[in-house]
Design a binder for this molecule. Structure first.
Ligand code: IMP
Ligand code: MG
Length: 236
């Protein structure tokens, strides 16, 4: 898939529509976690704007952590093997905490399934999910979604409000279809199709016993080779 021919198409949700939906979502989240403290884990990079705007609306005590994981090799097409790169893992202990994973979009579910698997192993008190978008499609992986912003068609490749194509268009304040990418009526293959794959948890302990994310150790993201994949989770 090349970048040539990609062009911003139909606007699906305007800035105002997104803001109105965020107000509703924040209300639902507050209601669920009223009286407690919430730990939001943002799945970067796509959920950056969504997480920030959502958190600003929450009137309950909130902590924040980050996971960075990517399905794409070179930012344009998914790695052929479906491998994912985990370049940042949570820095704080979430044991016995109420954790809400916030992601940009649920497509095959592979990314979120992996993230949930990693966090479940940390023994949080509760683990829930909030996604800005859900693609309407059949999914072999059943990923529980507790809070959802909008649904979009599976054939559309969407950009804006944090979502990218080859690392571009994240800064658009609205969500739009990217023309020339995705499954057109002629049946062009979409770049959003990908096989989920397991990733290896990379949090380490320092010599002093302190837990630390992998990004502190290595600056460059590491693809996870098939030999080190975990059996649980991914499809490929
Ligand atoms: P999944 O693992 O197949 O659920 O894919 C989730 C990830 O794929 C998202 O977090 C996005 O980064 C990316 N993705 C899937 N569909 C789109 C799209 O339409 N536009 C931009 N990114 C997408
Ligand atoms: Mg993502």
């Amino acid at each position: 898939m090349t970048r040539a021919g990609a062009k911003i198409g139909r606007v699906l949700f305007t800035k105002e529509e997104i803001e109105a939906r965020l107000d509703v979502l924040a209300g639902e989240i507050q209601e669920r976690y009223a009286g407690g403290e919430l730990t939001v884990v943002a799945v970067l990079k796509g959920s950056l704007f969504f997480t920030a705007d959502l958190m600003k609306r929450l009137k309950i005590p909130v902590r924040m952590d980050i996971i960075e994981i990517s399905s794409y090799s070179g930012g344009v097409t998914p790695a052929p093997s479906g491998e994912k790169t985990l370049s940042k893992y949570i820095a704080d202990d979430v044991h016995d905490r109420d954790v809400l994973v916030v992601d940009d979009i649920l497509d095959t579910g592979g990314t979120l399934a992996e993230v949930l698997g990693l966090l479940r192993a940390e023994n949080p008190r509760s683990l829930a999910t909030c996604v800005f978008l859900v693609k309407k499609r059949k999914r072999r992986l059943k990923v529980p979604i507790d809070f959802c912003g909008f649904e979009v068609k599976a054939r559309d490749f969407v950009v804006g409000y944090g979502l990218d194509y080859a690392q571009r268009y994240r800064n658009l304040p609205y969500l739009a279809v990217l023309k020339g990418v995705g499954k057109s009526k002629r049946g062009t293959k979409t770049s959003s199709r990908r096989k989920p794959a397991a990733v290896k948890k990379t949090r380490r302990k320092t010599a002093s016993g302190e837990r630390t994310g992998d990004s502190r150790k290595k600056r460059r993201p590491r693809p996870v080779s098939s030999g080190r994949r975990r059996k649980r989770g991914g499809r490929s």
